[in-house]
Design a protein around this ligand. Sequence first.
Ligand code: AMP
Length: 281
Amino acid sequence: MKIARSIPSLDCALAPARRARRTVVLVPTMGALHEGHASLVRLARCRAGPRGLVVVSIFVNPTQFNQRSDFTRYPRTLTADAALCRKAGADLVFAPSAAAMYPPPFTTWINEEVLSLPLCGARRPGHFRGVCTVVLKLFNLVRPTEAVFGLKDYQQAMVLRRMVRDLNVPVRVVCAPTVRERDGLAMSSRNRRLSAKGRRLAALLNGALVFARWSFLRGERQPARLLGQARRLLRVPGLRVEYLDLVRPEDLCPSLRAARGDTLALAAWVEGVRLIDNVRL
Ligand code: AMP
């Protein structure tokens, strides 16, 4: 497995695969990789086949953070990340610098204007602009056949799918299920910033979503009741819910009557760490 730290070395590493017209599958990440990311790399490996090329990008993208402290505190663990990528079947890691990705003056941005407005978009101004811009840049640099994203970041996957469709980007977006800890907590690079107590509180997030889904399966169709039940479970000291919504798949707007395919989406703060999770009804 190769590691390219610059755009010219990425081009060099990709040249043989491009000449041979091999399938290229990209897994974009911000590093601090865990088993959730490994599952995406393994899926990419399966989709690329033995002759295809699996590329993992590792880039803590400054333009998608709306708090400087969150960006500076984001864990950076390139050596361990490279080992995980190799083990999961990647052929190439692309880990560029911020200066290479955003050479000044940088003045062109991608804005998706419907799906990126609610949920995280409403609380993190500019977040999806940063995500769309960096992902389109990665697509242009790597020129993958397919790219794999996790449904843990449900809104992100929907926004990127829309961007690809709207702009005729020749990349197939593949979505992968959320990988969880044994107690249901969605794996996240941010979990490692939690104390043992915070970690126990964080497990309530998925518990509340699963409880609401169970209630839906038992026949409850009123969004307010489903969300109220989940909210009550999350009313504990040390945990602050930022949003908890039931949204429709077509526009991510609040569902008026709970239906199959709707998604319960949640963001909450524990010990200064922002965690997100979702489950589909
Ligand atoms: P990140 O490094 O957090 O930007 O995530 C990179 C990719 O990994 C995104 O497509 C995420 O949705 C995906 N991802 C993160 N955590 C998980 C998880 N627990 N299960 C599945 N995919 C995940």
